[in-house]
Ligand binder design. Structure first.
Ligand code: CMP
Length: 139
């Protein structure tokens, strides 16, 4: 069945001029963009988004990085969207990311890894509502 995932083009990729290149790869892989915005997370909102990682040693760094510049948030639709998108973005650490993935091409480090993708259907729904009101989603 068609379903959805939430992506963010992270501050490193925005800063490095890769919004267009990443959206191109997303389109070419057959995802439909059903919601999208250019925005910036406050440290509080970034902390809330990544609350699940609050106990990790990299949490402070992650929140600072994700609130350090503008991002592009989008909801993407495709059959098996969460899994298919995680394939397209590649491993969290770009050193482990497969050829042809977004992170292989655009990520610089495990922390500054260019894109986010939801890790489950449940989180995709939570993260979608975090960034978008129902009136901002156009299926
Ligand atoms: P993402 O999968 O979008 O969400 C969790 C993020 O935590 C992950 O991307 C990385 O950017 C970040 N992350 C994971 N492991 C580390 C690490 N060892 N050091 C810094 N950041 C990390």
């Amino acid at each position: 069945a068609t379903n959805r995932t939430l992506t963010m083009i992270k501050p490193d990729a925005v800063r490095n001029g890769h919004i267009g290149g990443i959206l191109e790869m997303i389109n070419a892989a057959g995802f439909r963009i059903v919601a999208m915005k250019y925005t910036k997370l406050s440290p509080e909102k970034a902390g809330e988004f990544y609350a699940v990682h609050a106990a990790r040693p990299f949490y402070g760094e992650l929140v600072e990085f994700m609130s350090g510049g503008p991002i592009v948030a989008a909801i993407l639709e495709k059959d098996n969207a969460v899994e298919e998108f995680r394939k397209l973005i590649g491993a969290t650490n770009p050193a482990d990311a497969a050829e042809g993935t977004i992170r292989k091409k655009y990520a610089t480090s495990i922390g500054e890894n260019a894109v986010h993708g939801s890790d489950s259907d449940e989180n995709a729904a939570i993260e979608g509502s975090f960034h978008f009101a129902g009136t901002e989603i156009f299926a």
